[in-house]
Design a protein around this ligand. Structure first.
Ligand code: NMX
Ligand code: MLT
Length: 439
């Protein structure tokens, strides 16, 4: 067994035993009560999922295995001492639970490079789709098409004992993570650069290679891509994409099925699509106000019109967070450090000034503060990646790190099929009012 996989096995197997012991010895422990309001507002706050890769605190934001984003920026290995850490280090941390040495992170990077070969039929599937199909549609279909390669599916069919399912899942997961940058870049170049594709450079790190294959080779862009891939990598287990992958995986579907399904969730406007909607909405504002340097009053008026027309302000609000998202702050600090006086960045900063008081004054909105998507598009736009319909694909490449690391955990823990209970609306009415209805 190769070294990183062995380290993962050592660590995760210990936790798997803990999982099984808790299941058999403490199944009756009560974790809390469930309120009707929680059921009717998307199951918020009910502790239902076991996810070890990261934990989200409403006030403080995300911690990956206990580390905040600024701590990761300090502690994870870097290629360039002035740059951002490489995401391979974060993947190692989420799999093994320890900050890797430089050598460990680079070994993982090399391992991914050797796994990065994308089958020809995946390119054929992408090429067969009309250019009018959205980049996320192409991305999801391309991931699904790689299921032909699934080690897990073959192992299951061959009758492998379930205690080894994690091993085949690990292989699929690492292969899939390795291939995503190539698939994403292929979609980007096909869609926006006349199919003028760029071969991978196996000497580059995972994020640097994505930038390279998309056509960007400056150290500035590599720095941004490494940051981008780290901050989007995971957001505990309950977000739509992570939860989808876990749910589909609980039926023992192979990791390609799981991650393709996850990407269909990420493609929704209340989730990952918000990163492109922010830019779309800003351009609508520029057009409507006929200026790209509006006053705060003009921006406020535009925001109010958006709300009055029954739409959301993209990039603002969150299902869990109750403060400014630290992923937003990390990007704002990046812009403060490396970007001077850029139109889109200035607008992102102006919106941060104008939007929260407006949303705060609408009583029902629980979090008026920006999330990760309020800034990411402005940074990409500044560096020349202006094709915003592609932005969610980049989110999807990054999110694979956390979601797929969790999927291997699910399999080594031997997690069962997920199957919550549902009731007709009348049952809930009866619980609340003692009397059902014909709904
Ligand atoms: N603009 C307008 N209305 C909002 C916003 C917003 N940014 N955020 C919340 N609301 C509304 C929400 O639609 C709901 O209305 P109603 O009762 O009429 O259905 C009400 O406020 C209460 O919602 P909350 O409980 O505060 O938020 P919820 O957990 O339901 O939704 C989001 C969370 C993130 C879906 C929501 O804040 C939103 O739609 N934001 C804009 C889209 C966005 O930025 N999504 C990206 C999230 C991060 N990501 O990358 O995935
Ligand atoms: C995410 O990164 O998945 C989003 O912030 C949404 C969430 O956590 O619910």
């Amino acid at each position: 067994m190769e070294y990183i996989k062995y380290r993962f096995y050592q660590k995760a197997n210990k936790c798997a035993k803990e999982f099984q012991r808790l299941k058999s010895e403490h199944a009756d422990v009560v974790l809390g009560e469930v309120k009707l309001g929680q059921v009717l507002t998307g199951m918020k706050g009910i502790p239902l999922l076991v996810t070890d890769t990261s934990k989200l605190d409403p006030e403080e934001g995300i911690r990956f295995k206990g580390y905040t984003i600024p701590e990761l920026q300090q502690k994870l290995p870097k290629i360039n001492p002035d740059g951002e850490p490489i995401p391979e280090g974060l993947l190692y941390l989420m799999l093994i639970g320890e900050i890797p040495s430089q050598e460990d992170a680079l070994n993982l990077s090399r391992d991914l490079a050797t796994r990065a070969h994308v089958p020809q039929h995946t390119f054929d599937v992408i090429d067969a789709m009309p250019k009018t199909s959205k980049p996320m549609t192409q991305f999801s279909a391309a991931i699904l098409s790689m299921a032909t390669e699934s080690t897990f599916q073959k192992a299951y069919r061959a009758g492998v004992n379930k205690k080894y399912f994690w091993d085949a899942t690990y292989e699929d997961v690492m292969n899939l993570i390795a291939r995503l940058p190539r698939v994403a870049a292929y979609i980007y170049r096909r869609q926006f650069h006349n199919g003028n594709h760029i071969e991978p450079n196996p000497r580059l790190d995972w994020a640097g290679n994505l930038a390279h294959m998309m056509g960007f080779d400056s150290e500035d862009i590599r720095r941004l891509f490494r940051l981008y891939m780290i901050i989007h990598a995971d957001h505990e287990g309950g977000n739509v994409s992570a939860h989808t992958a876990h749910l589909v995986g609980s039926a023992l579907s192979n990791p390609y099925y799981c991650y393709s399904a996850a990407m269909n969730g990420l493609a929704g406007p209340l989730h990952g699509l918000a990163n492109q909607d922010v830019i779309f909405w800003i351009f609508e504002m520029i057009e409507e106000l006929d200026t790209d340097t509006p006053t705060d009053e003009q921006v406020a008026e535009y925001c109010k019109n958006t709300l009055e027309s029954g739409r959301v302000i993209p990039g603002y609000g969150h299902a869990v967070l109750r403060k400014t998202d630290p992923r937003f702050t990390a990007q704002q600090e990046f812009a403060d450090k490396y970007i001077k006086d850029d139109k889109m960045v200035n607008l992102a900063n102006q919106l941060y000034r104008v939007v929260p008081p407006i949303l705060g004054s609408v009583g029902k909105i629980k979090n008026p503060w920006p999330n990760v998507d309020a800034y990411s598009g402005s940074l990409l736009y500044h560096y020349g990646i202006k094709e915003y319909t592609f932005y969610t694909v980049m989110f999807g490449v990054s999110r694979a790190l956390g979601v797929l690391a969790s999927l291997v955990n699910d399999r080594i823990y031997g997690m069962p099929i997920e199957r919550p209970t549902s009731h007709p609306l009348s049952w809930f009415k009866e619980q609340a009012e003692g009397k059902g209805s014909d709904c």
